[in-house]
Write a protein that binds this ligand. Structure first.
Ligand SMILES: Nc1ncnc2c1ncn2[C@@H]1O[C@H](COP(=O)(O)OP(=O)(O)OP(=O)(O)O)[C@@H](O)[C@H]1O
Ligand SMILES: [Mg+2]
Length: 266
């Protein structure tokens, strides 16, 4: 028989959400793109977000990363409310996103695209240039080193001086991913990292995500490629018509009749 001692009973570790949102809504005219949706992304996880075209996934990302203000609801990141902040403010706190259509600046070199992502450090404030020029120079050197290291990691170092516009669709996705790592993020939101990418590069992208996740970065990933979702994600959230439809393990989601019906009905 189990006997109770005076010692406190140890609690199992609770998965702390790094990002959570509830009651989020966003309307565009008559379209209720996000309709009282919620999501929770545990610290250290790779969480998936799926749903048919037009389900509101990208709009939800816009709200989570503060590119759009919600009509109602709240977003908490790392223990603080963020829904009233600007995108650069949440990026400074460690929440960054990539875009469904990669946003590399075509007329800039691949390396400069990387360095641009690291702006808003000391060097951006002109008085710092005067007061702390040594520190600014050192920071720039560190950013360059980090940019080269990341480009090497994703296999784009040989293209560092090329225009970003000369990259293939898949290489642009790799650049977006590498760029998001420039600010030492805690959480990266990836909007369709495998869309338009050939199978070899998809595998590479998945490997990078897994490696960075093991190094402590949390991911929330929108993706239509179910192989990618099933192989990467610990947990999957499903949206349809702006609302939460289901959430669970990839295996649970695969067997969920409502999810299947939402996809067939699109
Ligand atoms: N800026 C906007 N202005 C007007 N309507 C918009 C805007 N952005 C999104 N919508 C509409 O909101 C709904 C949700 O769009 P959203 O892009 O969030 O869907 P999604 O789940 O990301 O779709 P997909 O899988 O095709 O990328 C759609 O009906 C879309 O047409
Ligand atoms: Mg989208």
């Amino acid at each position: 028989m189990h006997s109770y001692s005076d010692e406190p009973i140890p609690h199992p570790p609770i998965a702390v959400p790094l990002l959570r949102a509830q009651h989020l809504s966003k309307r565009f005219g008559g379209v209720h793109a996000v309709n009282r949706a919620a999501i929770s992304v545990p610290q250290g996880s790779i969480t998936g977000l799926i749903g048919p075209n037009g389900a509101g996934k990208t709009t939800l990302f816009q709200l989570l990363s503060c590119f759009l203000q919600p009509d109602e609801g709240e977003v908490w990141f790392d223990g603080h409310p963020i829904h009233t902040l600007q995108p650069h403010q949440v990026a400074t706190r460690g929440l960054v996103r990539t875009f469904q259509v990669a946003r590399a600046l075509s007329r800039l070199s691949v390396l400069d695209n990387m360095l641009l992502a690291a702006q808003r450090q000391t060097g951006e404030q002109f008085w710092n240039v005067w007061l702390r020029s040594h520190q600014v120079a050192q920071e720039e050197r560190q950013q360059r080193e980090r940019a080269w290291e990341l480009l090497e990691r994703v296999g784009l170092a040989a293209k560092a001086q090329d225009y970003a516009g000369s990259l293939s669709g898949g290489q642009r996705k790799l650049l977006e991913l590498a760029r998001s790592l420039m600010v030492n993020p805690k959480l990266i939101l990836l909007d369709e990292p495998a869309a338009g990418v050939n199978p070899t590069l998809i595998n590479q992208i998945c490997d990078h995500i897994l490696t960075w996740n093991r190094q402590g970065i949390t991911f929330l990933i929108i993706e239509h490629n179910m192989d990618v979702i099933m192989s990467l994600c610990d947990r999957v959230w499903v949206m349809a018509e702006g609302r939460n439809l289901a959430d669970g393990t990839p295996a649970e989601i695969q067997q969920n009749d409502q999810v299947l019906a939402a996809y067939l009905g699109q």
